[in-house]
Design a protein around this ligand. Structure first.
Ligand SMILES: C[S@@+](CC[C@H](N)C(=O)[O-])C[C@H]1O[C@@H](n2cnc3c(N)ncnc32)[C@H](O)[C@@H]1O
Length: 212
């Protein structure tokens, strides 16, 4: 009787990358995004909201070395493919199942990290995050109103002194992701959060102001 050997996480990632190559420009941009994770204290509990294929999840594990990481993305619940039709999704041939499998394999490479995969949209799944977070990386809806809503929920889920970080910092009103910038500005103006870093490779980070 033959048993197929279980593929290692690295082999699963290589297989999926071969079938659906990530555009080289995105891989280059990924390297440029690493710096923001130097703000995250090591050994915490974190969440990545909007995971896609787990490339940044892998960096979170490598650099922030969390003890626990929630990965939240709707993946297959939105359909067989993402429906964006761009090079980023291999012109909509990348399946949501393959993206979820690659994400899972990316974190399984890091045996010290307890990973919880939630296949749903945030904040609908907020109650599945069962402890206060040290940090959350937001890279999900990219639109003004949903981003503001996501930030308001994270305000309740991230510990005092914790961090909210994210992608797509776009001060230019002509940029398709400018809504994220506007939502963050409105959020910090209305709360005790402050921007501690923003700019290179469109990364940003917020921390709750310390009480005087
Ligand atoms: C730009 S990709 C994330 C990329 C990933 N963070 C990285 O750096 O490699 C955006 C992802 O957000 C997911 N998404 C969209 N709306 C969401 C929501 N409300 N909650 C969680 N994920 C969401 C999409 O399915 C997609 O996979």
């Amino acid at each position: 009787m033959f048993f197929k050997s279980k593929e290692t996480p690295a082999a699963r990632i290589a297989r999926i990358e071969k079938q659906f190559p990530m555009p080289p420009g995105e891989l280059k941009r990924l390297e440029g995004r690493r710096w923001i994770l130097n703000h995250v204290p090591k050994g915490g509990v974190g969440a990545e909201i909007g995971v896609f294929r787990g490339h940044f999840s892998n960096l979170i594990c490598q650099i922030a070395k969390p003890k626990k990481l929630y990965l939240i993305d709707p993946w297959t619940t939105i359909g067989a493919t993402f429906g964006w039709g761009k090079e980023y999704t291999n012109f909509d041939t990348l399946t949501t199942e393959a993206a979820r499998e690659q994400s899972r394999a990316s974190v399984e490479q890091h045996e010290d990290v307890e990973c919880v995969i939630i296949e749903d949209i945030y904040p609908r799944c907020a109650s599945q995050i069962v402890e206060p977070l040290d940090f959350a990386y937001l890279d999900a809806s990219h639109k003004y109103a949903p981003t503001l809503n996501e930030l308001r929920h994270l305000d309740k889920q991230v510990k005092p002194g914790g961090l909210i970080l994210g992608d797509d910092w776009a001060p230019d009103p002509a940029n398709q992701h400018h809504g994220v910038f506007v939502a963050v500005q409105e959020f910090v103006a209305a709360t005790d959060w402050e921007i501690i870093a923003a700019g290179p490779a469109a990364q940003w980070a917020l921390r709750r102001k310390l009480k005087a």
